[in-house]
Ligand binder design. Structure first.
Ligand code: ADP
Length: 647
């Protein structure tokens, strides 16, 4: 009995095994009946009426044929079969029919001419009775249904004879019948026991096979989950490596993110685009083949990003031409095979998309970790853009404040400036007056007139230079960072500084190293810081007492390879230690008409240039304000604003 464990997963029971065994042994009984019955008929052919013999034989062989048909049908049945009980019942009826026919031998006994013939018939019946024990007792009721109609009629017939030998044969027949039934019962129990063991073994093997399969499936699932987890960890590590490297420029940070995405997703093109209505504009791009460049614009409908924006989540496919994406305008126009994109939001508003693509199909599908990763990347990029917008707004605000502060300074210097302009204007008027008088008296020679005009022109140029400086200082511009020579910066602001020095009657001393390194700076803003510090120093010294002869403000500038250090030292009243500690403080002022903005603005300017500003008390009277500016070669200030076309 061979069972395919994979084919039949139903737990098998005793009934299944019994029916299998019953039908497996049935052909033996059928063959025996087919041979023995004709032998009996042939033996009795001349001794008994032939019609009776033939009728009996036909009836018996008909039951044998029924059993054969059942055996054939059983073999053709569908496996697995749940109708074991029905197959047993059918065969039991067939056995009963066979038993009845064999029991019909009682008719042959009735026509038997001699005791020898009776004995032969009884011998045959005993044989088939015992043979059935082996072929039918796997199902006891089949054997009982066979044995009782087979044994009882001949035994009863013999017992009812007057002949003591025939009665003895009947008694022996009863004993044989009982013996056969008892043997069948024992045989059945033994078979049932071993079948039960076999069934249990089989079921055990089946459940072991099932458990093994389940364990393998669980192992596979765990292995898949582990691989996915490892993949996610690797993705997170890559992301961390990119975002943990300090980069001051938003542009560099986004480029690094694009490079990481291209490497991670195995795609060659990485783009951060801005979407405005139906317009798709490339803001940052990584495309080694130069297929697309920053600033390129496209119709949104010609890009896969339209679908990404509609989906509001990550959209990706590996092989456009092998699926519905081949109908997409983007595929038809550009032939991009692989794509992974996700919307980018800035301040909760759609900004555009972060997307990666390739003209070559991707051989492996995007994983859940890939989609998760690109979502995180997009959030990070959105954060960078938002920070940059805020920084840009702060820069604009600072520029406005700086401008307001410059106007305020000019307002405060107004009387000195008017005085400064007035001097050349007065001189011009005097030269013109004198020249005119001489001309009216016709005493003005050509040489004298040329001399007067030259003086007037010189004074005019002087007045113009002052007005030019005022206009230059007062103009409102966006910060313009260029590489400048600090010596030139000092030269440009010297007029204003000297003016203030004259107004306060303070001696202004310069100690500027001749070969200061160049710095990357907005010259106007640096001048503004110097002017603020010098005016504060002079204000402090003037406010303390009447300026004494010898009051000095010293400006010095020194440099090393990394930075330039500028100091403004006064000998005024200085600052109390607690005021010194919290300088610069917005709106802190001790001046009656002060705003308390100068130092704060100076500090924000210096810091925007990558330097710092601080004050130290002097050993003697007064205080020194210092600020630094990084030399151009090492300057890493964040002055270059990121171009946010959405703004
Ligand atoms: P404002 O000049 O409008 O007062 P600032 O921010 O330039 O605003 O200065 C803030 C305050 O710091 C001044 O009012 C003054 O009290 C103090 N200060 C600044 N520079 C000096 C200095 N060189 N000596 C003494 N005090 C100073």
């Amino acid at each position: 009995m061979c069972l395919d464990l994979a084919a039949d997963r139903r737990p098998r029971d005793l009934c299944d095994e019994q029916v299998e065994l019953l039908y497996a042994q049935a052909p033996l009984g059928v063959v025996a009946s087919l041979l023995i019955a004709p032998l009996l008929v042939l033996t009795l052919w001349n001794a008994l009426p032939r019609t009776i013999l033939i009728g009996w034989l036909l009836a018996l062989e008909a039951t044998v044929l029924i059993r054969l048909a059942l055996i054939a049908a059983f073999r053709r049945r569908a496996v697995p079969d749940t109708a074991a009980g029905r197959w047993i019942t059918r065969y039991t009826w067939a056995c009963a029919a066979s038993g009845v026919c064999w029991g019909g031998c009682v008719v042959l006994l009735a026509f038997s001419p001699s005791l020898v013939h009776d004995a032969f018939i009884a011998l045959i019946l005993g044989g088939v009775l015992m043979g059935g024990v082996f072929t039918m007792s796997s199902v006891l009721r089949a054997y009982v249904a066979y044995a009782l109609p087979l044994g009882l009629p001949p035994v009863l017939w013999l017992l009812l004879r007057d002949d003591p030998i025939r009665v003895a044969m009947g008694v022996a027949g009863v004993l044989y019948l009982l013996l056969a039934l008892a043997t069948a019962q024992r045989f059945h129990r033994t078979l049932a026991h071993s079948l039960r063991l076999a069934t249990e073994n089989l079921n055990l093997a089946q459940s072991r096979a099932r458990a093994k399969e389940q364990a393998e499936a669980t192992n596979q699932r765990l292995a898949d989950q582990q691989a996915a987890l490892r993949d996610s960890v690797a993705a997170m590590r890559q992301l961390y490596e990119v975002i943990s490297v300090p980069r001051r420029h938003a542009r560099d940070r986004i480029q690094a993110m694009l490079a990481m995405g291209c490497q991670r997703f195995g795609l060659t093109i990485g783009i951060l685009c801005h979407i405005d209505g139906e317009r798709y504009q490339v803001v940052h791009v990584l495309a080694p083949g130069g297929e697309v460049a920053e600033g390129d614009t496209l119709a949104l409908g010609d890009t896969y990003c339209q679908d990404t924006v509609r989906a509001q989540t990550a959209v990706g496919f590996e092989h456009a031409s092998s699926g519905p994406w081949r109908q997409h305008p983007c595929y038809r126009k550009f032939g991009l095979e692989a794509y992974l994109g996700v919307p980018v939001r800035v301040s909760d508003q759609l900004y555009g998309t972060l997307n990666f693509s390739d003209f070559k199909p991707r051989t492996t599908p995007f994983t859940a970790a890939d989609r998760e990763l690109i979502q995180i990347m997009a959030q990070w990029v959105g954060g960078v853009l938002e920070q940059e917008r805020m920084a840009e707004a702060a820069r604009r605000q600072q520029a406005l404040l700086a401008h307001a502060s410059r106007l305020n300074t000019l307002g405060e210097m107004a009387s000195s400036l008017v005085h400064e302009i007035n001097q050349p204007v007065t001189a011009i008027a005097l030269y013109a007056e004198a020249g005119l008088t001489r001309a009216r008296n016709e005493a003005l020679g050509v040489a004298e007139a040329r001399d007067a005009l030259e003086k007037i022109a010189a004074q005019g140029a002087r007045a113009q230079a002052i007005i030019h400086r005022i206009r230059h200082f007062a103009r409102q511009t966006k910060p313009q960072y260029t590489v400048v020579r600090l010596n030139d910066v000092f030269e440009d602001i010297a007029d204003f500084l000297n003016l203030e020095a004259r107004r306060h009657r303070i001696d202004l001393r310069y100690d500027i190293a001749p070969d200061l390194p160049r710095v990357l700076a907005d010259a106007l803003q640096v001048q503004q810081v110097i002017l603020n510090l010098v005016r504060n120093a002079m204000d402090a010294m003037s406010a303390a007492t009447e300026p004494e002869a010898g009051a000095v403000v010293a400006i010095s500038a020194r440099a090393d390879s990394r930075e330039v250090k500028i100091a403004v030292q006064d000998s005024g009243p200085g600052l109390a230690p607690d005021a010194l500690a919290c300088l610069p403080q917005l709106f802190f002022t001790t001046k009656p008409d002060g705003l308390g903005l100068g130092l704060s603005i100076s500090q924000s300017i210096v810091e925007a240039h990558g330097g710092r500003l601080w004050a130290t008390p002097n050993a003697g009277p007064g205080v020194t304000f210092h600020f630094t500016l990084p030399a151009a070669a090492v300057s890493t200030h964040a002055a270059e604003p990121l171009s946010l076309d959405a703004d």
